[in-house]
Structures are given as C-alpha cells and as structure tokens.
Design a protein around this ligand. Structure first.
Ligand code: UFG
Length: 330
C-alpha cells in the first residue's frame, strides 16, 4: 500500500517524502513542477508530473497505484502574492482540493492529511493561539485554506473521508545534511532572504514594518523546523490509520521571534554581518502569530527535535551556502 504525496517536489513535501522513504514507506509523488523541483524528490519514490486539478490525470494515478492515504501539500502559500492574485489561490488551493476529494471518493480512499495554516486565524484575539480560537483570515491565502478545512468537514460527514488538518506556523530549516532545502522563485520568506543577504546574493534585508504592536515593533512569528513538521505528518497518518476521528492541530514551537530577532539569530548562525534596513509594512501581515501546539504533542505524540532558532537557521544555512542557486546547483 502506498502513501500518495501531492506537491511532493515542494519545500515541505520533499522533506516529507524523504522521511517517509527513510522509515520504509512506499511513496508516490504528484507535482506539476510549477513551484516544485524534480531534483528534490528522492529517487525511491515514484514520480508523476501533473496537476491536481486535472481529474483524468488524477484518476490515472489512483488506477496505477494502490493508495492507502493521501498527504496533500500541493498549494500556493505566499501571503503577499495571494493579496494580488486571490483567484489563483481559490482555484489552485480550494478548487484543487475538491478535485482531489472527488477522485479519492471514487476510488474509496478514506484518509488525507493536509496543510492548513496559521493564516486561517487572521489577527488572533490572544496568543498563544489555540485550535479552538476564532478563524478570521486577513488574506486570501488564509481564506483559501479555511475553506479547505470546511470542505473537509462536510466530506467527512458525507463520504467518511477522514482528515487531519495541520495548521503550520512559520516553517524554516532544511534536512541536516544540506541535501534538500527551500528554493522558491522568487523568494519571499524571511529566513531564506536573510540567508541570501548573508551569501552576498542580496545587498540587504528589508524589514517590513517597525510600528507593529510588538516588543520591538516588528512582526513576531513562531518558527518550526521542516523536518519536525514532516514528522508531525507521519504521526498524523498513523493517527488516521489507527482509526481516530478527523481533527485539526497547530504546529509551532510556542515561542515567538520578532523579525529583528531572526536577523540577529542569523548573524550568529552564519557569522556574517547581514546589512538590514527598515521598510514599509507589507500588506496582509498580522502583528503576532504564536502557536499553542500542546494538542499535537498530547494527541499525536509530536516532539519537535529543534527547539533553538539558531540551530534551525544553521540547517537552512547549510543548504543555502552550498546551493546558492537552489536546485539549479545540482
Ligand atoms: N519579512 C521581512 N522582509 C522580507 C521578508 C519577510 O521583513 O524580506 C517579514 C514579513 O513581513 C513577516 C515575517 O518576515 O513579518 C515573516 O514573513 P514570511 O514571508 O517569511 O512568512 P509569513 O509569516 O508571511 O507566512 C508564512 C507562510 C505562510 C503561513 C504563515 C503562517 O509563508 O504560508 O507563515 O505564520 F501561513
């Protein structure tokens, strides 16, 4: 029986495939390679290039493979881009999921783990954020994912497709040996951008906004290591295989770091100066996002291995310093 990883050539998906293969699972990967990289996917996994919105293509995969569970990463995830192109997000993320669920239902596949996000909470009423807190997204990315969560609840009720929605906070880092990592084009995320400055590929970091309601005026985020995140998906698959009910879990570290603190941690992790300047706010950024992820720890038994931001950044630095042009350096 096979685990089907949708979006398995992306940043988080490729780390998931790596962990699944390492623990002996049989893995098939679907990715349209619009954002993903073929070289990021372990050769032990069977790879199919195509789009989750293409129903005939998806049917052909479910016909060829004996799929027991689906792990779904195939989505757009850039907050500022979603503000400019909301329909792309509702099409690829929300409508994409509908297609996946229709094909799963046709083929009687009843388990799915999928990527939700802290962005579904919008501006939180209080931190740390609990799963039961109000979800009021302030950008189309978060809205597209909240719609996906709601769709999942109704399809569970109607067709018995059980799901785990994992609400990620800010994901960073890379596999410890530096062989796979983050490679977005164009890059918009804080940690890889800071490291591109450290690498001399950018002149300086622009810190977006210095007048937020936070201790140093810059946004506060909760960083979780990509390998710890992948491990949470493996636990979620087991949770569903054990017959447990559908549920949602926050995945974060419970510690917030401001954008300035990330810059300082990166200076320490790399030993580089990393020039930076304050810049205007970016659209769609809430002040603070910090997770209460005790539910994942208690129910899934999740125990993140990386609890130190400098160590998380150091693994990302190992990847970026050896692959300044990402997978083009292969
Ligand atoms: N930032 C800068 N300068 C940059 C890039 C980012 O100051 O050059 C700031 C942003 O304004 C924000 C913080 O760094 O305050 C983090 O920004 P990222 O783009 O790295 O991450 P986001 O918090 O916007 O979003 C990420 C994921 C989303 C997820 C969200 C949940 O991309 O998918 O975390 O917290 F929903």
């Amino acid at each position: 029986m096979t685990v089907l990883v949708l979006g398995g050539a992306g940043y988080i998906g490729s780390h998931m495939v790596d962990r699944l293969v390492e623990q002996g699972s049989d893995v098939a990967v679907v990715d349209n390679l619009v954002k993903g990289h073929r070289a990021a996917v372990r050769t032990e996994a069977r790879f199919y290039q195509g789009d989750i919105r293409d129903k005939d293509f998806m049917r052909s995969i479910f016909t060829k493979e004996d799929i027991k569970s689906v792990v779904h990463f195939a989505a757009y995830s850039i907050v500022p881009e979603s503000m400019e192109k909301p329909l792309d997000y509702f099409d690829n993320n929300t409508a994409g999921l509908i297609n996946v669920l229709e094909v799963m239902n046709e083929f009687d596949v009843k388990r799915i783990v999928f990527s939700s996000t802290a962005a579904t909470y919008g501006t939180p009423d209080s931190v740390p954020i609990k799963e039961t807190d109000t979800q009021k997204p302030i950008n189309p990315y978060g809205e597209s994912k909240l719609m996906m969560e709601k769709i999942m609840r109704w399809t569970d009720q109607a067709y018995g497709i059980r799901f785990v929605a994992l609400r990620y906070f800010n994901v960073a880092g890379a596999k410890a040996d530096g062989s796979i990592g983050e490679d977005h084009g164009p890059e918009t995320h804080l940690v890889p951008i800071v490291l591109q400055v450290a690498n001399g590929q950018r002149d300086k970091l622009k810190i977006f906004g210095d007048d937020y309601d936070t201790p140093d005026g810059t946004n506060v985020r909760d960083y979780v290591h990509v390998v710890d995140l992948a491990d949470a998906h493996i636990l979620a698959l087991k949770y569903l295989e054990d017959g447990n009910k559908s549920d949602v879990f926050n995945l974060g570290s419970a510690t917030g770091f401001s954008n300035r603190q990330i810059l300082e941690a990166a200076r320490k992790a790399t030993g580089k100066t990393i020039p930076a300047e304050d810049a205007p706010r970016r659209l769609g950024d809430p002040d603070t996002l910090v997770a209460d992820s005790s539910k994942a720890r208690t129910i899934l038994g999740w125990q993140p291995q990386y609890d130190d931001i400098e160590k998380i950044i150091a693994t990302a630095w190992k990847w970026h310093s050896t692959h300044p042009n990402g997978y083009n350096d292969k």
